[in-house]
Structure formats: structure tokens, C-alpha cells
Design a protein around this ligand. Sequence first.
Ligand code: ADE
Length: 231
Amino acid sequence: MRYSVLTLFPDAVLPYTHTSIVGKACDKGLITVEAINPRDFTANKHRKVDDTPYGGGPGMVMAAQPLVDAYESLLALAEPSITLLTSPGGRPLTDGWARKLASLQHIVILCGHYEGMDARVHDCIPNVHEVSIGDFVLTGGELAALCVIDAVSRFIPGVVQKTESVDGDSHSATDIYPKGLLEHPHYTRPETFRGYPVPEVLLSGNHAAIAAWRHQQALDKTRRIRPDLLP
Ligand code: ADE
């Protein structure tokens, strides 16, 4: 997978992609992440990337020209590809969507800033989809871009060691629970920590009983915290 991130702040994006599981995926050549700065494509001498909104209103709007020129500077897209534009007004990023995105070869991510982008980026860049990482507003799209890269990369074969560990995670869909359940709790050594023991069943070696306990825990937690996920 090739990720191309168009961002005014490459330094906010690249360091994360060199760490942990995503970093290892880069080292193994399973993914590549490049950051392109639209400021390098400004056509004005002050390298200004934003301007006041037509029609008035607060804040600044990212101009279309530097973004579109930065997009067009990308070497031939690896196909199939998609372009995502980070926005609190976009389609919510879900595990299901991330899994589908992982089957592509190239994801271009335009990071929003200020009040938003000149809407004509949609006219000039093909196949743009707005993506939101939640019902809250960030100061910029870089964290959202990293969320996309991280969530999608987990579904690329070889990025996460055991595929079962991806399938058993929170939000993994099953036939009975199409929106998935929140994950059951985990425990590791020691058996007792500060007087709190590991639940007996996990020490029993009884795999059916362990699976049943975990499922019940997942169901209880989902009912408590995210009842909207239940069918
Ligand atoms: N930019 C600002 N807030 C955002 C959000 N919630 N998701 C994606 N991009 C954003």
C-alpha cells in the first residue's frame, strides 16, 4: 500500500509512521508513506495557502490551487486508488471501511486545516471521499490521516503478526453482530496484582468455558458502553 499524505505539517505525520507496527510495516516494504506539502506548490510569493471565505464568516479557507497542484505532482497513482479528505463532516471511519480500503494499492489523504478547503478540490481531484474519525473537531487533519493509515494497515496481510488478533479485536464484524462487539478484557502475569486476581476461568485451561466467558464479557461491555452496536 502506498499512502500519500498532503499536509502542511509533514513533521506531524512522518515520525509516527516510523514507530511500532506501522514502522515495521514500512521497514518490511508492506506500506510506504510519503508526505507532500501543498505550501511547496503555492503560486504566490508569500507561500500563502489560505484565504478569507467568500460570503464572509470567521476563519480562513485552504485555497484549492496549492492542494490541486500538490495532488497532480504525485507520480502515477498505484491503482486501484482513492483520495480521502479529512473532515469532521465526512463519512465515519469504521473497521469495515478500513478493511475495504486495505484492498487498494494507493490511498491519497488530503489533510484539512483552518475552516476547511475550497470546495473546488472536489471538482478538480477525481474520486475524493471525505472521512471523519469521530464526532469532534480537531485543529487539523493530520491525526485523522494517521488514524486512517493505522486502521487500514492492520488489515494488510503481514502487518499484524496473527490475523486472529485482528479478527478478535473490538468492532470486528461477525454474522450475528454485524457492527462487532467491544473486546473482552485481557490479563497477563502475575496471577494476582495488588490483591486483584485473574478471573479463575482464564486459568482453567477449558477453552470452551474461556471463549464463553470472553463472549459474555464483550456482550456486557457493549451493552453498557455502546448499545448502538447491538443488533
Ligand atoms: N478534521 C477536524 N476534525 C476532524 C475529524 N473529526 N475527523 C477527520 N478530520 C477532521
